[in-house]
Design a protein around this ligand. Structure first.
Ligand SMILES: CSC[C@H]1O[C@H](OP(=O)(O)O)[C@H](O)[C@@H]1O
Ligand code: ADE
Length: 304
């Protein structure tokens, strides 16, 4: 448990568009830690599963969806979750589909990312300090956590007597700068690059989780076909919102169904990002400023 941490809290859930709270959990309390990077997007809810296991929940865009994807305080969000003792993050996101076979309503657990954000978001905890570090990011999502999550999501979405929701894995997500959606030309270009999905919010969130040595996996829900289908109109918010409500209900169901097993897996060692930054720091200790060490010590043990 971290100094300000919650006993036995290991899993943090970040809710995206349409997912502003969880249901069927027992509310414990709300916390709003001020981090060296400011306050998180919303107060963080601590709730327990039926077994008594605690989980943390944070609404990425705020509970009233008042924070634009370019302005999400991702550093504060990740730092706040880490300060509570969270070791693994399950993030949810509403995404556009760049592939015919990924239909609105489908769930996708991607394994790769293409960064099309435009350097207007703070992307590193080391930014603004005199400490230089380069995190390894070849596999942007925690492979071991993803390996646990995929079968759990598939199992959670099997519906008795009904068609099950399709779950795709090993897909590539393009993260673009919003808030406007893509042009048709961009949408075609992303497909040619190998993109399968598109959203506006997984970066820098996943990069920051890696810098803070948190395991991070994404459960994406497709809401639309973006702008690449020649005979269809390009994506609109109305179209996204139409699918969003059903997707959010399914996401809430998935969350409460998988969290117990996920907690056990993380307690048992799944998610191996802890220690991953140890050899990423270039600036020798004797050249690091005390104030930078204090700030970075909030998220990493190498600055104590
Ligand atoms: C409401 S459509 C665009 C918006 O939806 C996604 O948000 P999130 O990833 O938080 O679910 C996408 O990234 C955009 O921010
Ligand atoms: N088509 C799209 N582009 C970017 N972000 C999205 N979120 C949901 N659909 C999207």
């Amino acid at each position: 448990m971290s100094p300000s941490g919650e006993q036995n809290l290991l899993i943090g859930v970040i809710g995206g568009s349409g997912l502003y709270h969880l249901e069927n959990l027992t509310f414990v309390k709300e916390v709003n830690p001020e981090t060296p990077w400011g306050f998180p997007s919303s107060p963080i809810t601590i709730a327990t599963l039926p077994s008594g296991t605690p989980v943390a929940f944070l609404a990425r865009h705020g509970r009233a969806h008042q924070i634009n994807p370019s302005n999400v305080p991702s550093r504060a969000n990740i730092a706040a979750l880490k300060s509570l003792g969270v070791r693994a993050i399950v993030a949810f996101s509403a995404v556009g589909s760049l592939r015919e076979e990924i239909k609105p309503g489908d769930f996708v657990v991607p394994n790769q990312v293409i960064d099309r954000t435009k350097s207007i978001r703070p992307v590193s905890f080391f930014e603004g300090t005199g400490v230089v570090a380069h995190a390894t990011f070849g596999d942007p999502f925690s492979e071991s956590l993803t390996k646990v999550v995929v079968p759990l999501v598939k199992k959670a979405l099997v519906r008795e007597g009904e068609k099950s929701i399709d779950v795709h894995e090993n897909k590539c997500l393009v993260v673009m700068e919003g808030p406007q959606f893509s042009t048709r030309a961009e949408s075609h270009m992303y497909r040619a690059w190998g993109g399968d999905l598109i959203n506006m919010s997984t970066l820098p969130e996943a990069k920051l989780a890696r810098e803070a040595e948190l395991s991070y996996t994404l459960i994406a829900t497709a809401t639309d076909y973006d702008a690449w289908r020649v005979s269809e109109t390009p994506v609109t918010v109305a179209e996204v919102v139409k699918t969003l409500r059903a997707n959010a209900d399914a996401s809430r169901h998935v969350t409460v169904t998988i969290l117990e097993d996920l907690h056990k897996a993380v307690a048992g060692g799944a998610g191996v990002e802890e220690g991953s930054m140890q050899f990423s720091i270039m600036t020798a200790k004797e050249h690091q400023r005390a104030e930078d060490r204090a700030k970075l010590g909030y998220i990493l043990p190498y600055f104590d």
